[in-house]
Write a protein that binds this ligand. Sequence first.
Ligand SMILES: [Zn+2]
Length: 408
Amino acid sequence: MSRATRVIARCTALDRFSASPEHLERVYLSREHAAANAQVAAWMREAGMRTWVDAAGNQYGRVEGREPGLPALLLGSHLDTVPDAGSYDGMLGVLMAIEVVEELGSRIADLPFAVEVVGFSDEEGTRFGKALLGSSAAAGRWDTSWWELTDGTGSTLAEAFTAFGLDPGGVGEAQRRPEELVGYLEAHIEQGPYLEAADRSLGDVTTIAGARRFLLQVTGEARHAGGTPYPRRRDALVGASEAITLIEATARASECVATVGQITVQPGGVNVIPGRADFSLDLRAATDAERDAMWEELDSKIAALCAARGLGYAVTETHRAPAMVCAPWLRACIVEGIAAAGDTEPMELWSRAGHDGMVMGTVTDVAMLFLRCFDGISHHPGEDVREIDVERGLVAFKAAVLAVAERS
Ligand SMILES: [Zn+2]
């Protein structure tokens, strides 16, 4: 079996650790999470690593460098999934990292750093509605208000910790300090169509977008649908609809992506003019400056169109994360890696999706290697990778690790 075949087979072998036999769903602090950790730990040990689960349920493996206790180059991704997931989002990066460690073998003992592999426990936020819990613990950015988050059955995060055998009071022990780490490298499927469209196997990630999310509220006046002539109407839903098409048109003409994913209308009667419409907006761009400029433009245009219709307009910002800029020196190592895999002028792209690296970037330097994914499909059971891309990815990832050694 080729190494790429083995990585792919292991990704799909993890599908059996699922909440449902019909589809893949593996969420934070579940029995499936524990079982997947145990399987991944067994593969880590086969590759020569010492293994442990940290105080937040993240699975680690480590091989020492040329002397024990050196700072570590951390390789990895996440092992949790969305509901009805594919087999590669997250898992591929963990299993590629283990394969690279196995391939490097005794050469790691000559490196000026230790090599660690991490399988983060919660990137997707499926269970508690809050993403990046595993890497937030590792980055020392745990927020104590999160203990009160509840899952679909009413269990709190604190209760789930205890049920998993973890001590909520000990979560601080999961924290990695900057001086313990050389950097963090993550391989991940692209989750979009750009590499495929460019006929490339691998890509060099420039930044990981930080989203801003808003709740927009348009208010008009609820009145009788039959009795109210148009000049007297202040229809909140028509105003919101105009705002939504404006958002799409404005974002399409830019490098940003903007999505309205939720809308509610009140009072919601078939024979009542909508008096109020609330809708969400998710806004992403390669840099915070582009994203913020897009928001300024949208905000003023929506305010103007609402005013023209006699509608009220109010905004609440519900989420804001800064974009994470990949470290130039680590990106140079990724580029050298991709060159070793045969592509001397790798495609650069920004990650429209969030990743553990966003949080790890607060403690150490981060870079990412993207792999082409079939038809750009992700967060779907149809998620797939080509064996040739995984093969090239392994060559690139290993060469990137050696490139880090040259620069350390
Ligand atoms: Zn992922």
